[in-house]
Ligand binder design. Structure first.
Ligand code: XMP
Length: 606
């Protein structure tokens, strides 16, 4: 069957693939295309979408794409970088400035068919350094953004030329946090491009099973099964495609698991009938000795990824199944955040995307049946494949486990840029009547499609949740060098915090396991574990006013696809229980709640 289709031109933005996914969920085929693809490639599409990018349009970066797409008589819309390129191509201007991260309110003005059916003000999601400051002939501004009561409006957040059928949004309608983003995309796909919906998930499953059969042929697969939703759905799909006899599962305890996790995983696999060829190895010593003395987050991630492959190969040899293909439950964010498309920046190296695995992929030795799905699609697929509800809706847990939640340090303070950061932090926090300090440590984040490795701000004081979030957004907008904001759950505002030298050790992992267990039990007790998408607990080696060794941070978030996230509020009763239990753990110097959106912070700290 011939489907109506939309081309998504991938300039390397973190969300390019998400645009295609959102369209496929409207039952319309969407295909990722490269910016330099020849013009003939674009001829059969009913519309074109230009994605965001880590490149800067204001500096003319990545401008060598197939510009003859603008001569085609089909509707084109651009998001973020794509929006700026459209503005520029038709005579507008783009400057480096006017950055926004996270939420903003779009004030809709003028007429744009993509906003049909929407309110005059819409909550949208931003992540940009560059901005459009004027438009060329035939274009009009159809939206500008504001945030809260303070700050000047950001103009030209949406532009439109109804006669040319060219549109641009500075924000990202493809991310879940743009509340009516799907409606905007649907207006483009159906009303403006005239597509018919004929593409379904059932069809996707059939095609995927067929692809797996072709790739695997008469070989067998040895799947790394963490017990999380991704590897479990991958196991089920592989079982359907090649039969249970040719599927071996390997669960590795890497010593970085939660309390009692490996045993629970093995029990679940048995209950679920996936134990025919189920193998288990306790590789704690292998992982911990490989991580010995390592501090740098990316190096830790690579070491963990490499150790998985070594353990896999050893086990395969021991079991006499060396020839098997390596199966992984990799999903799309693992690829995109590792810089796995041609232009995307490396935000963090996911454990299943380290160079040795990339080489095996090049040799055709890796099977990843979910590699172009997001978590929400994996869950939908899991339910279609009759995987029990509890398993499908478990909180995601990263492959490197607690390894990326246990921050390490040489003990050296990192205060680069503090001469500009500190006055800005003081000015913003004074406006809100709260105390705040930039911390001399760093964590990983993502800003305008680029990796950031910057400082958190610790805020102390009482304020309504919405005010805290507004303060965090103001800090991200106004204070340079900041990518996170944490809210102090301890009593007083510290006078001095100091990082301490620390690496990955069993003792630190045990302390983190205890703190994490308290948090997860608390979420279950208050029956909010399903409402919250994920809740990492993080340990930072840091003393506070000369006391303690480990600062604990709890990061409850709401998300759907992990590409964006908003901080989740916890009930007051739970906060005081956490205070009581966690601050009593030996060596704990403080406790805070992470109130950072993604962007500018990632979900995990490393
Ligand atoms: P970030 O921290 O990048 O995380 O916002 C997005 C989602 O991915 C999970 N995550 C990983 N999952 N291997 C995984 O299987 C990894 O190396 C990895 N790193 C992050 C993270 O827990 C969140 O759900």
């Amino acid at each position: 069957m011939q489907h109506d289709a939309i081309a998504v031109v991938d300039f390397g933005g973190q969300y390019a693939h998400l645009i295609a996914t959102k369209i496929r969920r409207l039952h319309v085929l969407a295909e990722i295309r490269q910016p330099e693809d020849p013009i003939e490639v674009f001829h059969h599409y009913k519309g074109i979408i230009l994605s965001g990018s880590p490149s800067l349009s204001s500096f003319g970066e990545d401008s060598g794409y197939t510009k003859t797409i603008y001569d085609l008589d089909v509707p084109i819309v651009g998001f973020c970088f794509g929006h700026q390129e459209i503005a520029k191509h038709y005579g507008g201007t783009v400057v480096h400035g006017g950055r926004e991260w996270g939420p903003a309110d779009l004030q809709i003005v003028g007429s744009c068919p993509l906003f049909k059916g929407l309110a005059a003000t819409e909550r949208v999601w931003m992540s940009h350094f560059d901005s459009v400051t004027s438009v060329g002939p035939g274009f009009e501004e159809v939206g500008y953004t504001t945030l809260g009561e303070s700050g000047a409006p950001h103009r030209f957040a949406a532009i439109s030329s109804n006669s040319l059928r060219r549109y641009g949004f500075q924000f990202h309608p493809e991310v879940d946090n743009t509340v009516h983003g799907t409606e905007m995309i649907a207006n483009f796909v159906f009303a403006t491009c005239g597509c018919q919906p004929s593409w379904t998930m059932e069809r996707y499953v059939e095609e995927r099973i067929e692809q797996v059969r072709q790739q695997v042929g008469d070989q067998s697969v040895f799947l790394l099964a963490s017990g999380g939703v991704d590897s479990t759905v991958a196991a089920r799909l592989l079982g359907l495609a090649i039969g249970p006899e040719r599927l071996h599962l390997l669960h590795v305890d890497n010593g970085l698991m939660r309390k009692g996790e490996s045993q629970a995983v093995l029990d679940t696999f048995r209950q679920f009938g996936l134990d025919r060829n189920l193998h288990f190895v306790d590789a704690t010593s292998t992982f911990l000795s490989a991580l010995d003395g390592v501090v740098e987050p990316e190096q830790k991630r690579r070491i963990i990824g490499d150790a998985f492959v070594r353990v896999f190969e050893n086990e395969a040899r021991r079991l006499g199944i060396e020839g098997h293909l390596l199966g992984q439950g990799t999903i799309y964010p693992d690829t995109i955040e590792t810089g796995g498309t041609r232009r995307a920046d490396t935000i963090k190296t996911h454990h299943n995307r380290v160079p040795v695995i990339e080489r095996m992929i090049g040799q055709g030795r890796v099977v990843e049946p979910l590699a172009d799905l997001y978590k929400v699609e994996v869950r939908e697929l899991g339910e279609k494949l009759d995987i029990p509800h509890d398993l499908v809706w478990r909180h995601p847990f990263p492959g490197p486990g607690l390894g990326v939640r246990l921050l390490c340090s040489t003990g050296a303070e990192s205060r680069d840029g503090f001469d500009q950061t500190e006055p800005a932090v003081a000015a913003v926090s004074a406006r809100y009547g709260l105390a705040a300090m930039a911390l001399p440590i760093k964590s990983v984040g993502v800003k305008a499609d680029l990796r950031s490795y910057e400082h958190p701000v610790l805020v102390t004081g009482q304020a309504p949740w919405e005010t805290l979030l507004e303060l965090a957004a103001a800090l991200f907008g106004e204070a340079p060098g900041i990518n996170r904001c944490i809210w102090n759950l301890g009593a007083a505002c510290p006078a001095r915090v100091r990082p301490l030298a620390a690496t990955v050790t069993r003792d630190r992992l045990d302390l983190l396991r205890d703190a994490d267990h308290i948090v997860m039990e608390g979420l279950r007790r208050h029956r909010i574990d399903e409402a919250i998408w994920q809740c990492p607990t993080v340990l930072v080696p840091m003393e506070v006013d000369g006391c303690g060794r480990e600062f604990v941070i709890v990061r409850p978030i709401h998300s759907e696809r992990a590409m964006t996230a908003t901080p989740a509020a916890l009930p007051d009763a739970l906060l005081s229980e956490l205070r009581n239990e966690i601050l009593r753990l030996p060596g704990v110097s403080g406790l805070a709640l992470d109130i950072t959106t993604k962007p500018p912070g990632t979900i995990e700290w490393e």
